[in-house]
Design a binder for this molecule. Structure first.
Ligand code: UFG
Length: 329
């Protein structure tokens, strides 16, 4: 009996596969390799290349393998792109999940752990954000993830699906072994962009606005190590296997850092001056996003092990300095 990881060649998916295999689980991966990397696939996992929008492909995996539960990362996840090409997000994220759920129902597979996002909240009504707070996404990416959560809910009502949705805050860092890490093209995330400066790939980092109502005027985010996120997926799957009810959990450290603080920590880690320039705000950025993860801690027993920002950036730097072009040779 195995866990099927959809999108297991991507950033958070590949780290989750590494943790599942370390925990002694059998893992099957399906990934279309559109944004994932074959090099990120764990050698002990069984790999199928294909797309979740392809019903015949999804059926063939469920027919070939004994799947106990599904962990679903297969989605597009760039906020900016979702605003210029929303239908791509509806197609992959929503239509793909619809096909997946049809196939799961047809094959009697009734457990899914889902990769959701803080972007489901939009502009928060307060911080730290609770799972019960208002969800009003300000971008199409967050909207599709919220709609996916609702698809699980109604599929649960009609067909008895059991689901856990994990709303991540800012995923970052890399596997402590240095063997896998973050490799997006184009890269849009703050920490990998900062580290391109000491890597000689960028002259300076842009600070998107310093006139926010925060302590130093720059945006505050809750940075959470990718391996801690990975652990939460294992706990969530165990929770469902033990009969846990449908649930939604925030995943963050509950501590916010400003953009300037992140840049300062990267300077300390790399020993590089990392020049920074203030540029205009990026559209749609909330001033502050900080998670309350008390529920994940109390219900799932989740306990992040890499909460220190310096340690997070050290693991990221260890990956990026040795893989300046990601997985490309
Ligand atoms: N930032 C800069 N300069 C850069 C890049 C980012 O100042 O060159 C700032 C952003 O304005 C933001 C912070 O750094 O304030 C973090 O930006 P990221 O792009 O790294 O992350 P986001 O907070 O925008 O997005 C993350 C996830 C999304 C998710 C979102 C939830 O990457 O998938 O949180 O709001 F949707």
């Amino acid at each position: 009996m195995a866990i099927l990881v959809l999108g297991g060649a991507g950033y958070i998916g590949s780290h989750t596969v590494y943790e599942l295999i370390d925990a002694g689980k059998d893992v099957v991966i399906a990934d279309n390799l559109e944004t994932g990397h074959i090099e990120a696939v764990h050698p002990k996992a069984k790999f199928y290349q294909g797309d979740i929008r392809d019903r015949a492909f999804v059926d063939s995996v469920f027919e070939a393998e004994q799947i106990d539960g599904v962990i679903h990362f297969a989605a597009n996840s760039l906020v900016g792109e979702s605003m210029t090409d929303p239908l791509k997000y509806y197609d992959n994220n929503l239509c793909g999940t619809k096909v997946l759920l049809e196939s799961m129902v047809a094959h009697g597979i009734d457990k899914i752990v889902f990769s959701s996002t803080a972007a489901t909240y939009g502009e928060p009504e307060r911080v730290p954000i609770l799972e019960t707070d208002r969800t009003e996404p300000t971008n199409c990416y967050g909207e599709t993830k919220l709609s996916m959560e609702k698809m699980f809910k109604w599929t649960s009502v009609a067909h008895g699906l059991h689901f856990v949705s994990l709303r991540y805050f800012n995923a970052c860092g890399a596997h402590v072994s240095g063997s896998i890490g973050e490799a997006h093209k184009p890269e849009t995330h703050l920490i990998p962009l900062i580290l391109q400066v000491p890597n000689g790939q960028r002259e300076f980092i842009s600070i998107f606005g310093d006139d926010y109502d925060t302590k130093d005027g720059t945006c505050i985010r809750d940075y959470i190590h990718v391996t801690d996120l990975a652990q939460a997926h294992i706990l969530a799957m165990d929770y469902l296997m033990n009969g846990g009810e449908n649930n939604i959990f925030n995943l963050g450290n509950g501590v916010g850092f400003t953009v300037k603080e992140v840049i300062d920590t990267a300077r300390e880690v790399t020993g590089h001056p990392i020049p920074a320039k203030v540029t205009p705000r990026r559209a749609g950025d909330p001033a502050q996003l900080i998670a309350s993860s008390d529920k994940a801690r109390s219900v799932l027993g989740w306990n992040p092990q890499h909460a220190d920002l310096k340690e997070i950036i050290e693991t990221a730097w260890n990956w990026h300095k040795n893989h300046p072009n990601g997985f490309a040779k």
